[in-house]
Design a protein around this ligand. Structure first.
Ligand code: C2E
Ligand code: MG
Ligand code: MG
Ligand code: MG
Length: 280
């Protein structure tokens, strides 16, 4: 009997593996078609000034409307897309789409609204990045400091010198830069002073417990002080509660982003969101 049970378990395990493999294969072939089939969309989450509630800009977050599956989270497809080498073309689409959207809001009379896009490691290494960014900005009349890019510390790891050179060139094109998920990567403290970035984004991990856990609160205070010393501004991501917000105000955090203010929204909802608000 024990032997039979063992065989059953092996069978079930094999069936599970087969299911996982076919699930992944389907995801992969759908993902390869998604860009050409215009299934991607950007949603926008506001960044709010801590001093006066002004809207400092939005972060563009990629959404995939996968046929038969609804809206798929980037956490589910970004790693696979990167592995398949698809994030270079998809990322280029993100940059173009963000610039197109900024131009549309401007032409609609909403003013010049800053947008930040997330860069992938492969994009940062791609030889076409700078030309692509310049072309997108020029063709949509985007001015210096209107477009921002978020990079992570881990993207510097492979080849820090090359990464720094690319970031400097982006800065030269008038792109603002921020370090995303700061404090979670292998720390680039040694590089921090050399990175041409404007902003540190404190990872949501530190924000979650900031009103309860004194160690999170002390870490946030320390990172904010460090950033300010280096002339950088600090944005807290994943701010969900009033208690977190006031703990961050107390520690001189400059900008907030999170569900407390708004979840990411479709581009069409941005005009209504901005009604009665001041855009920085
Ligand atoms: P991220 O850049 O750190 O973006 C912040 C994530 O936190 C977003 O998840 C956002 O929806 C979510 N978030 C915002 N406020 C809150 C909050 O108050 N509470 C909680 N629990 N979550 C909050 P999303 O949109 O699922 O994106 C996940 C990650 O996928 C992003 O993390 C980014 O690393 C990646 N990603 C998204 N769009 C792109 C893209 O266009 N290109 C690349 N390379 N990566 C992208
Ligand atoms: Mg980001
Ligand atoms: Mg982040
Ligand atoms: Mg994060």
């Amino acid at each position: 009997r024990a032997k039979n049970r063992g065989r059953d378990q092996v069978c079930r395990y094999t069936a599970d593996l087969a299911a996982i493999a076919s699930h992944r294969l389907a995801l992969e072939s759908d993902l390869r078609a998604a860009l050409a089939d215009a299934q991607f969309e950007l949603h926008y989450q506001p960044k709010i000034g801590s001093a006066d509630g002004r809207v400092m800009g939005f972060e563009a977050l990629l959404r995939w409307n996968r046929p038969g599956h609804g809206r798929v989270s980037p956490l589910e497809f970004i790693p696979l897309a990167e592995e398949l080498g698809l994030l270079v073309p998809i990322g280029a689409w993100v940059i173009t789409q963000a610039c197109r959207q900024m131009a549309q809001w401007r032409d609609q009379g909403l003013g010049r609204i800053r947008v930040a896009v997330n860069l992938s490691p492969s994009q940062l290494k791609s030889a076409d990045l700078i030309d692509g960014v310049r072309a997108s900005m020029t063709s949509h009349g985007i001015e210096p400091n209107e477009l921002e890019m978020e990079v992570t510390e881990s993207m510097m790891m492979d080849d820090p010198e090359q990464a720094i050179a690319t970031l400097n060139r982006l800065r030269g094109e008038g792109v603002r830069l921020s370090i995303d998920d700061f404090g979670t990567g292998y720390s680039s403290m040694a590089y921090l002073k050399r990175l041409p970035v404007d902003t540190l984004k404190l990872d949501r991990n530190f924000i979650t417990g900031i009103d309860k856990d004194t160690r999170d609160a002390d870490l946030c205070a320390g990172m904010i002080a460090l950033a300010h010393k280096l002339g950088l501004s600090v944005i807290a991501e994943g701010v969900e509660t009033e208690a977190q917000r006031s703990a961050l105000v107390e520690r001189a955090c400059d900008v907030f982003q999170g569900y407390l203010f708004s979840p990411p929204m479709a581009a069409a909802d941005v005009a209504a969101f901005l009604k009665g608000k001041v855009v920085a």
